[in-house]
Design a protein around this ligand. Structure first.
Ligand SMILES: [Zn+2]
Length: 263
């Protein structure tokens, strides 16, 4: 554990907020295959381009009280949430890994997961444009980082992809419906590549538990039926982030469990 001074964490957080502001654009435009750079940020309602002072992460949203400065149309709270989340992730990653190659790599990984979470919530897809390069970058990262070995990454990639593929095939044969999207399979392969195969039991267990809980709550709210599709990508992504920050705690709990001291 490398503890960083407060100014370093603050700068990391500010950097994260700026990246988060870019991620908002990616979340909006990547599924539409639009350019990420042109046109410049504008109000989605009246299309007035934003002044630089209307485009400051989180602050502009607060100062403008969530409305466009030109036409007063409401602005989605998703914008400041993504900026704040990315800021916190950047600070937490620097706190944990210092100013290092590993921190830079894991920030890229976390940013990709933020994009996956919000695109999957809106559209129930996980773009290949993120997961496939993500898989490749994960293995490359393992080659140069001391956070994990390339063997652990490669086994993670294959096992992560393979486990969900087997579940999806089993589900297809059993219920004759696609329960698990191909996007989820590629996402878990990407998570395995970045975090190593050791992360997979926790990521699968935690995401399934979270997904089942939210699924039950949704069924209770909607009454009967229960065929409503809940995107699984956000649960996989959140479980991966939990593992990234609490690896030792999770390993310790697992050790206690194996030796019969927990729960
Ligand atoms: Zn407007």
């Amino acid at each position: 554990m490398i503890t960083q001074s407060f100014p370093v964490l603050l700068i990391a957080g500010l950097f994260g907020a700026i990246v988060g502001s870019f991620l908002n654009v990616v979340i909006l435009r990547l599924p539409e295959k639009e350019s990420l750079l042109f046109p410049a940020s504008h109000c989605p309602h009246c299309t007035t381009p934003l002044h630089w002072y209307e485009n400051i992460p989180v602050l502009s949203y607060l100062v403008l009280r969530g409305r466009c400065g030109h036409c007063r149309a409401g602005i989605s709270w998703q914008y400041p949430v993504v900026e704040l989340l990315t800021a916190l992730l950047a600070a937490a990653i620097v706190f944990r890994f210092g100013l290092s190659f590993t921190a830079a790599g894991y920030f890229l990984f976390a940013a990709a997961l933020v994009v996956v979470i919000f695109i999957d919530i809106h559209l129930q897809i996980i773009p290949d444009l993120i997961s496939l390069p993500g898989i490749l970058l994960g293995v490359l990262f393992a080659l140069f980082s001391d956070a994990l070995t390339w063997q652990s990454s490669l086994i993670g990639l294959l096992a992560g992809g393979g486990v969900l593929y087997a579940v999806a095939m089993g589900y297809l044969l059993w219920r004759k419906i696609d329960g698990m999207g191909g996007g989820d399979i590629k996402l878990l392969a990407m998570i395995g590549a970045w975090l190593g195969w050791q992360s997979l039991p926790f990521v699968i267990l935690a995401s399934s538990a979270g997904g089942a809980l939210v699924g039950i709550l949704a069924m209770v709210r909607q009454g009967r039926g229960g065929q409503s599709r809940i995107p699984f990508g956000p649960f996989l992504s959140l479980a991966a982030l939990l593992y990234l920050f609490f690896t030792e705690h999770i390993a310790h709990a697992y050790h206690l469990y194996l030796t019969g001291q927990w729960p």
